[in-house]
Design a binder for this molecule. Structure first.
Ligand SMILES: [Zn+2]
Length: 306
């Protein structure tokens, strides 16, 4: 069972095998019984069960070897019904082996891809450190209280900063013209919410950046880069399962990492940070931070133009 799992795409792939018979007689019609379960198959079209008295149609079944060295395909339910526990135990072993091979393959594939990912991963690390530095500076400038408020906004998707203004003049006339309300005293005049500013890149503030970029992505990739592909075969089942699951998530995690970095870049622009005065950030320290951001933006702009 250490051979690689042959992928059967269609019924013809089974028929091509030497010793394969689409229909065989089994005990009690003859002496023949099941020898061993070989491999599973799954087709887009239904195929008949190979047991002559059954012939039931199924999509997913197992190629088995018979007691006299022939092969045929049977469904899971048939296998259990005709060959009992012997079939079920062997089938489970085969399934486990295939899952193991699939996990080993996906982990090895990632190890082999790692050299081509070095530039991307280095860039993520550089971006992460740069954004963390900016975040520290910002926290210093606005203080932990305002930062906490910012984080709350990010969690509630509160990117829009509004203020309540009393309706006056034409707005007030329009209000009374379109409602049945009686005109009250001036101080009771109705209010409306006015948009003051929209904060960009709050996804960066909201996310647990270190977990997402470092603990769950760059660090495990770094440890994986030290493994030789051949060693993966020797890993324990639990280790394989855990790592393969994580490996399957890596493409999505990389996209997420890039999105968070992009959000961080959007957040740390002078135009965006200056708006934090509207949620109570102290103007003096914030002004210094904003003017540093502006200087960096000018420098980048000039170097972009060569
Ligand atoms: Zn059957």
């Amino acid at each position: 069972m250490d051979q690689a799992y042959p992928q059967f795409e269609r019924f013809e792939d089974l028929q091509k095998r030497e010793g394969f018979h689409p229909r065989l007689e089994f005990h009690p019609q003859g002496e023949r019984t099941m020898g061993e379960v070989l491999w599973p198959y799954k087709f887009l079209d239904k195929v008949n069960c190979g047991i002559s008295t059954c012939r039931q149609l199924h999509y997913h079944g197992y190629l088995i070897k018979t007691s006299d060295g022939l092969e045929t395909g049977i469904g899971v339910d048939c296998g259990r019904k005709h060959f009992g526990l012997k079939f079920t135990r062997q089938r489970q072993r085969v399934d486990q082996e295939i899952a193991r091979q699939r996990r080993v393959r996906s982990i090895k594939d990632l190890i082999e891809q790692l050299p081509s990912m070095v530039a991307t991963l280095t860039q993520i690390k550089t971006d992460y450190q740069d954004l963390q530095d900016q975040k520290k500076r910002l926290m210093g400038a606005i203080g932990p209280g305002i930062y906490a408020e910012l984080k709350q906004r990010a969690e509630k998707d509160g990117s829009k900063i509004t203020r309540s203004v009393q309706l006056t003049g034409k707005d007030l006339e329009a209000y009374y013209a379109t409602t049945n309300k009686l005109r009250g005293r001036r101080s009771d005049a109705p209010h409306r919410e006015e948009l003051v500013a929209t904060l960009e890149g709050l996804a960066f503030v909201k996310a647990r950046i270190k977990d997402l970029l470092i603990t769950n992505l760059l660090e495990p990739l770094h440890s994986l880069s030290k493994c030789k592909p051949g060693e993966v075969e020797l890993w324990k089942a639990r280790e394989l399962q855990k790592t393969a699951k994580w490996v399957g998530e890596v493409p999505q995690s990389l996209i997420k990492a890039q999105e968070l970095i992009a959000a961080g870049r959007k957040f740390f622009t002078s135009d965006n940070i200056v708006n934090l005065v509207h949620i109570g950030a102290p103007e003096g320290p914030l002004a210094q931070f904003v003017s540093d951001l502006k200087a960096a933006e000018r420098a980048r702009h000039n170097s972009d133009r060569g």
